[in-house]
Every structure is written in structure tokens, then in C-alpha cells.
Design a protein around this ligand. Structure first.
Ligand SMILES: [Zn+2]
Length: 380
């Protein structure tokens, strides 16, 4: 069946004589205005179940979108579904408005308006769009540490609309943190870092649910912390937690976005061995054994340029958002190294170790170990 294209003015005249005008754009597109008395039904919804929205197949149905192409495609789908009296509005809503035909702004409830306005720049990206934004909203990320890496990462994950952030840290805000741990403030020195993080993040995006866990991460609580989590962002500043986190993520099949900083350099990777046994490496494939403590000073011993964890934490947040959305090429099997003084990035290929004690294909989980002892730390 041929689909007729009609001018907006003709569509308006037919609408007034009883034809049904259907706007097939997405809800966020219709929010800025749609043709008066038109019915808003997104194209995918309409095509999936036309009987739910439309009267019988002989009714005169006029379809409109933004520029006229999408409505034409929807009309063809409806024609194939047996609708016999269809037309598409040439030039769409853009031309409808240019010709000064009547427009209404749909009444949105407050929540919907907040969503549309807050995430408008994401909604404009076809790679994110409404479906991606809803996916972010439905996801839960565990951030280990509300320190140098966790601060910028959690800041942007909350801004981006990740629905639930579980943040684990047992530390208190100290004045020496404020040079880089941007979630915290002068006034909150001495408060638990997770409470400070919760205050900042909730002020930024009240839609994000912050689960503040003021606990040290140990073998005893790691699986509880990982429950219901889509991915983990590692902002730990010590090796025992890093190995524990790696082992638990391999065991439970949860992707781990790793980051580390020291002085003027940092590194980032995505370890996804739990879901891709024998295909993707884990942290232990890269570092089967920790360095001796005297060769692995942390920031409080070796110092760190304040902006450096900002760069690395945001690279981690970028990878986290890509993984949650399922877009782009994740930093899986690659170690990105950043040198701030040279302003240089290097990308090293990582291979899974076929003899890795934790992630080798077909290997049963060996169990959690004494990570403090493994890393040469005396028990505290
Ligand atoms: Zn491994």
C-alpha cells in the first residue's frame, strides 16, 4: 500500500474532521511541544502493539514525527499490520510549528520533567537515549573508597544518573584529604567519609540513591557489599583490598574497573575475567604477587599530585558508564598508563594468564585468603 504524505495544514483539517493524529516521537522529544489533540505514542511502542493504542484498522490515522521520516516508516509498518487509511505528515512537527499550527506542551508529572531536563544532554545522544538513561537509573555500582579516586568517580556517576551508588569506606574526613578528595568539605572534617559523600552526592542528584557503608572491606563482608551490584569501581588505596576485590569479582562474575595512582602517574583497566574466563585477564594475571610493602608506598607515604586521581577516577567513571550502557570498546585486556608530567597515555595489551590461580578457565574458586599476610602487612 502506498502511504500518502500530506502537508501539516491538510493534516490539521483532516484531524478536525475526525482523523486521529499520532505523534510517534519519544516522550522527551514531545516534551517541548506536540500538535494539539495529537496522541503521543513512541514509534517502537506503537509498532510493537498497535491494537493497544489504535481503534479499528479502517480508521483514518495520520502519523507525525520530528521531520517526517520516522512517521513514514511507522506508517509502512502499520500498513503491513493491516491498517488501510494512513498518511504521514510531511516535514513533521518542525514544519507544523513553522506554519503556526496549534501546539500543546504535554502535562508531565514532576518526576518525568526532572528526568527529561536533568538528562537532556544524554537523551540527545542516540547511544544513550531514553533506554540508556533508564538503564543507568536501574543500575547499581559499588564504589570502594570515598577518597581520591572514589570522589571524582562517584561525583560523575551520580551526575550521570546511575540509580544506586553503594559506597564503602570506614575512614573519616581529614584536612589532608581535601587537596584531591572533592566530595568532602572543610566543614565536614572529622565526619565519616561516606556520610560526607552522601551529603554531596544527594545535593547534586537527589534521584541517585546513596547507600553509605561505613565499613572496612574484608573477606567477611565483601560478598554482602557485592550483592546486587552491576559493577565495581576500585578506589582502594591498598593492596590487600585490591586482591580481595579481584578475587571476589572473578568468583561472582562482576566486572571490576580498576584504577591506581602514585605521585604523578596512574593506571586504569577493566578486569572482567569472571564473565569471560580464559578470554579476559584479572588483576592477578597482571600482578600475580603484590610488591613488597616498602616498594609500594601509598599516597600518604609517597605523595600524589592532587589532580591526578581526578584524571584517573574520571577514566574509571567513563569505563563504568560504557559498561553499564554496553557501548564502545571497554578497557578490557588493556592497561592504560598515564604520566601527568610528560602528559602521555600508554596503552599496554594484557593477556589472561592460563595458570592464574583465580581466573584460569575451568578453575574452581580457591577461597579467600589472608590478604594482609599475602601483601606482607602485619595484621592490625
Ligand atoms: Zn587472572
Amino acid at each position: 500500500m502506498d502511504i500518502f504524505e500530506i502537508a501539516p495544514e491538510e493534516a490539521r483539517a483532516r484531524q478536525l474532521r475526525g482523523a486521529l493524529l499520532v505523534d510517534v516521537r519519544e516522550a522527551h522529544e514531545r516534551a517541548s511541544g506536540q500538535a494539539s489533540e495529537s496522541l503521543g505514542i513512541a514509534k517502537d511502542d506503537l509498532e510493537a502493539d498497535p491494537d493497544r493504542y489504535l481503534p479499528d484498522r479502517g480508521t483514518e490515522i495520520l502519523l507525525i514525527c520530528q521531520g517526517g521520516a520516522r512517521s513514514m516508516r511507522a506508517a509502512r509498518v502499520l500498513a503491513d499490520a493491516g491498517y488501510t487509511n494512513l498518511a504521514s505528515v510531511a516535514g513533521g512537527t518542525t514544519r507544523w510549528i513553522a506554519e503556526a499550527l496549534p501546539v500543546v506542551k504535554p502535562e508531565l508529572d514532576g518526576d518525568r520533567r526532572d528526568f527529561n531536563e536533568r538528562y537532556s544532554r544524554h537523551l540527545l545522544l542516540p547511544e544513550v537515549g531514553e533506554a540508556g538513561q533508564l538503564r543507568l537509573q536501574a543500575s547499581r555500582v559499588l564504589v570502594i573508597g570515598a577518597g581520591g579516586l572514589g570522589s571524582p568517580a562517584a561525583f560523575y556517576l551520580a551526575a550521570a544518573g546511575v540509580g544506586r551508588l553503594r559506597i564503602a569506606d570506614d575512614d573519616l574526613v581529614d584536612r589532608s584529604n581535601l587537596q584531591r578528595q572533592i566530595l568532602h568539605t572543610e566543614a565536614r572534617i572529622g565526619e565519616p567519609k561516606v556520610a560526607s559523600a552522601q551529603a554531596t552526592l544527594s545535593a547534586l542528584n537527589p534521584r541517585t540513591d546513596i547507600e553509605a557503608v561505613a565499613e572496612r572491606v574484608t573477606s567477611a563482608n565483601i560478598e554482602r557489599l557485592l550483592e546486587g551490584v552491576d559493577l565495581v569501581l576500585d578506589g582502594a588505596d591498598n593492596f590487600p583490598v585490591r586482591y580481595l576485590l579481584n578475587d571476589a569479582c572473578v568468583k561472582l562474575g562482576i566486572p571490576l574497573v580498576y584504577g591506581a595512582v602514585q605521585r604523578f602517574e596512574g593506571q586504569v583497566s577493566v578486569f572482567d575475567a569472571g564473565r569471560q574466563r580464559g578470554q579476559a585477564p584479572c588483576y592477578r594475571c597482571l600482578f600475580p604477587e603484590p610488591p613488597a610493602p616498602e616498594f609500594a608506598p601509598n599516597c600518604s607515604e609517597a605523595g600524589v599530585l592532587g589532580v591526578l586521581p581526578g584524571v584517573i577516577g574520571l577514566l574509571q567513571a567513563t569505563e563504568a558508564i560504557k559498561l553499564l550502557l554496553g557501548i564502545g570498546e571497554p578497557l578490557r585486556g588493556r592497561l592504560l598508563h598515564f604520566d601527568a608530567l610528560a602528559m602521555r597515555f600508554r596503552d599496554l595489551r594484557l593477556r589472561p594468564d592460563p595458570d592464574c590461580v583465580v581466573c584460569a578457565a575451568g578453575k574452581a574458586f580457591p577461597g579467600y585468603i589472608d590478604y594482609q599476610r599475602f601483601c606482607g602487612h602485619r595484621p592490625e
